[in-house]
Every structure is written in C-alpha cells, then in structure tokens.
Design a protein around this ligand. Sequence first.
Ligand SMILES: [Zn+2]
Ligand SMILES: [Zn+2]
Length: 303
Amino acid sequence: MKIKLWGVRGSLPVPGPHTVKYGGNTACIELRIGERLIIIDAGSGIRELGDFIIAHELPKKPIKVDLFLTHTHLDHIIGFPFFAPIYLPGTFLNIYGPVTYEDNYLEEVINGQFTYRYFPVRWSELSARMNLLYLREEQRDLGGGLSLSTKYLNHPVLCLGYRFEYHGKVFCTLYDSEPFRNPFSSDPSDPAYERGMTLEGEETAYQENQRVENFVYGADLLIHDGQYTQDEYLSSKIGWGHSSCEHAIDVARRNAVKKIVLFHHDPLRRDDEIDILEEKYARTANIGSTEILFAREGMELDI
Ligand SMILES: [Zn+2]
Ligand SMILES: [Zn+2]
C-alpha cells in the first residue's frame, strides 16, 4: 500500500508564509494498491490530487476512484467541487460515507454543494458517473484481497475511522476523534451526582475507548488526530472532537502500532510550532517500537 498526503490541516485551509512547510490544505489522503486508487476525504487537498490524476493517468485510462469520507464537516468535503475528474465523462466514482438517522444524508450534503448559492455548477451538470454508498460500523470485502473495517469515533457528528487490510498489511485512519468520556458528574458534592450513573458512564467510556484501541491494534501505519497538545486539550478543548498528540502516541504505543502520523494540525499552528512538537515527540521521544511522524503535505509512505 502506498499512501500520499495531499492535505493534513484541520478545520479550514490556511495558506500563507507560516504553513509552507507542513501545508495549509485540509484533509485528503491518497491510497494506492496496485492499479487501484482510493482517496480518503475531499478536503481542499483533493484539488491538486485531481489535477495530478488528470495529468498523469487520464492519458492511460479512464479515472476510477473509491472516495471514502470520514464525515461531512466542511474541512473534509470542501475540495470536492474542485476535484476536476468529476467534470470528465469517463470518470467513475464510488463515494462512501457514514449512515446517519437522516434520509438521503450523503446526497444532500454532497449534491447540496452544487447549488447556485454555493457554487456555479449544478450536480446534474457533472459528467462523471457517481455512486453514493453508506457505511455503518462494519467489515466489508472490497475485492482483490482488500478488506475494510470501520469504527464510529467520538466527534460532534457521526465520523468513521477506517482500517484497510491487504496482504497482511494494515493501514488505519483515526482522526476527527477524541477519547470517549463519562458524560455524568463524578463529583459527589455536585447536586446532579448519581453514583450509579457515574459508574455506568465510566464503564461505557472505558469500553468504547478500548474498542477504538482494538480497532488500530497492530497497524503498520496509523494516521491519527493530533490537533492539540495535552495542555491545550485539557485547558479548553474537551468536547471539540479532537485528540492531543500525547494521547495519540500513547494509543499507538499501547497497541503495537509500527508507525503513527499525527494529522489534522490545528489551523493556528505555525510551521515553527509544529517543528517544536516534532522535535519533542518525533525525535527525542521517538524511542521504542513505534515510529512517530508529523503529517506534511506531499509526504509519501509505503507499507
Ligand atoms: Zn476535520
Ligand atoms: Zn470534523
């Protein structure tokens, strides 16, 4: 499996002099398995990927892509109208995304971008053939020896982690996610405190976190949310749906992950600040069997 990162930023694109090194585009990951092209998320990074595909592959054969959306927050879909292959008649696109309680959820979110109030092209004017497919927490055979598992994550909207397995190699994504926590008060002096609820909430959170950890167990490569430092997370970011670098590294180390890439950088984080985090975690703390990297636009990984 060959992986290339086309967008590594969270929340919104941040071009400018302070994001040149790690990149300012939002989430987009290219996964190649032989001739097969899989894309995870359609953040602003997908625009350049689309142009690359047209320049290098279209001359050889029509474009066929499996696009997996982790969820539908803007930073993960904003590049889709700028993915140029959708304007080409020979393109075929499977778009996978999470099921929700709403009817026609993906149709409304994806197609909904192509209305004149948001964009000058309508959905019906796109030339590519597109197929929308819903995923739950499940296991699925994608054919050709490739299998997929999905896991619901803790985020303000339904969001999936992905685990791709091929010929014994495992590639996981786990971002736009924070640890599950007990929603009930654990302070006995709080009037809302109920011991039974607290114990149940703690047990449920523990089990869900354990399931997330089992999901990434043994991964050769894990791309994990690392939007915050632990201090930032604890001081004001609990409940925002993102993880700290420290938590991500702990999860990787506890679960025999061979390589972790910290991803979904905070839009406010400048290159020099990521350099400092990298120095702290990827160099000096890079001991043991888990290799730690910080995601950078253009980074290529092979497992
Ligand atoms: Zn995001
Ligand atoms: Zn999100």
